[in-house]
Ligand binder design. Structure first.
Ligand SMILES: [Cu+2]
Length: 521
């Protein structure tokens, strides 16, 4: 329940939104059709150069669509997958095509960022920028800086990002991140995948397998009214029980390498593959764009909002019914229920058209050559405690969402605030992050991955490297707060600068469940 907060946003937003927009977004796929992967753009000779436009449409059902458009010789496509190798440069020009000329939408009552990178001016519903979620790159202008980068309608901006030579292979993603307005643009679909190539060099299990990239998005009918919502699966409507469904083609018995991105606003996705209604084993290869130390078999993979899971799925024999499902997930008394829904039907055919299939394994790269390797052996230079909390307003549910460094005053994020945490290049810090709210929250920090050391005070079984992790809700009086203990790695000089950590339920982030960290040179 977030109705009061929502109403405040509605009041704030209603001023100048123009709903009679020309369609700027490509048509989305019809229901009940075979799922296509987004088109890929590959780096060449160490450089991926491309231009994306941010567009906006309202479809015939009243859904607001935001989109990243990419021009190809045969037409405009949406949200291409950017494919780079470790060490490559990403030269990405992003143009804000939203409703040029009608930037009369006031800056509302939302705080203004101090924009010193890009077009400057006020942040509005029509402004944008881009976050490269998970990439371990500097928080500086033209790289992955969301605090000061602002692109205004009609404007464009050149990103120039050096992917580290030891960047872990895996699935990352891009999305807008203007404080106060992130949910609006991601809600409509402005999100796409980034693949850092080379998973087969670290995890030979995936070599030669057909690879699929599945992006699960979520859209509310109107962006500022929570629910009802629908999930989409590579932009095809999903979630209809015994109704039209996206179709994944596989050959009977075939193994495929699935790379799944949770680009929803708030939806927790406990993923399962069912064959004749029985959950099947999936072989987990990577989480949040970081290969797991040792592949492991699970029948459920929980992917929180903004998380990614990469795993191997084996198709059943011909003549069986198979589905890809997300299960029920309880987010607590003040959270939104996530219900069981089919994501796609698996259609078995010997004529299945295969997607990108990688050649057999190239020379192997040891895990200890990847960024953040050996982190578990480092002695922490500092320990910190942070907590999520909510403040209530009568019977209307939470109205304030906080993330707080223990000992500091609870407050919502302000763009001109001082960093809540100051550290220095070379630091290795252990953070215990606790959830004191009656709602599950999702911790994300920009620029780095962290190692999950403990969950509720017990050693985490897998010690995975993550950039996004859920912390379950507080069950109330008499129950302890759930928490995770994670190890933050600021050893690399590329972490120097100011960046943010926040809840990745996007409404919470927009309402201020976020703070800054400064890493001094
Ligand atoms: Cu949250």
């Amino acid at each position: 329940m977030r109705s009061v907060a929502r109403i405040l946003l509605v009041i704030a937003a209603n001023g100048g939104i123009c709903l009679t927009l020309a369609a700027q977004c490509p048509p989305r796929p019809n229901p009940d059709t075979v799922v296509q992967d987004a088109p890929s753009i590959y780096s060449q000779n160490g450089v991926l150069q491309a231009e994306l436009g941010l567009g906006h449409s309202v479809d015939s059902n009243g859904y607001t669509h935001y989109c990243y458009t990419y021009k190809t010789p045969t037409g405009v496509v949406e949200a291409p997958t950017l494919r780079l190798n470790p060490g490559d440069h990403l030269l990405l020009r992003v143009k804000d095509n939203i409703n040029p000329g009608s930037e009369s939408v006031s800056a509302m009552d939302m705080p203004m960022p101090v924009s010193t990178c890009g077009d400057g001016g006020k942040a509005t519903l029509n402004s944008t920028n881009m976050h490269f979620h998970g990439l371990n790159v500097p928080p500086t202008c033209h790289q992955d800086d969301v605090l000061t980068t602002l692109i205004q309608p009609g404007g464009d901006f050149q990103f120039n990002i050096q992917i580290p030579a030891n960047e872990p292979p895996g699935l990352y993603w891009y999305h807008p991140h203007v404080h106060g307005f992130t949910e609006f643009q991601v809600n409509g679909g402005a999100a796409g995948a980034i693949v850092i190539e080379g998973m087969d060099k670290v995890r030979p299990e995936v070599a030669g397998l057909t690879e699929r990239v599945f992006t699960i998005r979520q859209q509310f009918l109107v962006p500022w009214v929570p629910g009802p919502y629908e999930l989409t699966f590579n932009f095809q409507q999903a979630g209809i029980v015994q109704g039209p469904s996206p179709i994944i083609n596989m050959k009977p018995g075939e193994k495929q390498f699935w790379r799944v991105l949770n680009a929803t606003l708030q939806d927790f996705l406990p993923l399962q593959v069912w064959v004749n209604d029985v959950p099947q084993p999936m072989e987990v290869v990577a989480l949040d764009g970081y290969p797991v130390a040792k592949p492991r078999t699970q029948t459920t993979i929980l992917v929180p909002p903004a998380g990614r899971a990469e795993f191997i799925v084996q198709a059943p024999p011909a003549g069986t019914d198979a589905y890809f499902y997300t299960l029920n997930y309880t987010t607590g008394p003040t959270g939104n229920a996530d219900t069981i829904e089919p994501l796609a039907k698996i259609q078995l055919s010997n004529n299945a058209i295969l997607a990108v299939s990688k050649p057999a394994s190239s020379p192997q790269i040891s895990m200890d050559k990847l960024k953040f390797s050996g982190l578990q052996n480092q002695a922490p230079t500092a320990e910190r405690k942070l907590f999520f909390s909510e403040e209530f307003g009568g019977t209307n549910g939470p109205i304030q969402f906080y993330i707080t460094v223990d000992g500091q005053k609870q407050k919502v994020f302000q763009p001109n605030e001082d960093p809540a945490i100051t550290t220095h290049v070379g630091a290795v810090e252990d953070w215990t992050i606790e959830n004191r709210a009656l709602e599950t929250h999702v911790f994300h920090i920009h620029q780095i991955h962290f190692q999950v050391l403990e969950i509720d005070g017990k050693p985490a079984p897998n010690q995975d490297l993550r950039d996004t992790i859920e912390i379950p809700y507080w069950e109330g009086n008499g129950h302890p707060y759930h928490n995770v203990k994670v190890r933050m790695d600021f050893r690399d000089p590329s972490t120097a600068g100011t960046f943010v950590f926040h809840c990745h339920i996007l409404l919470h982030e927009d309402l201020g469940m976020m703070h800054k960290i400064l890493v001094k040179q």
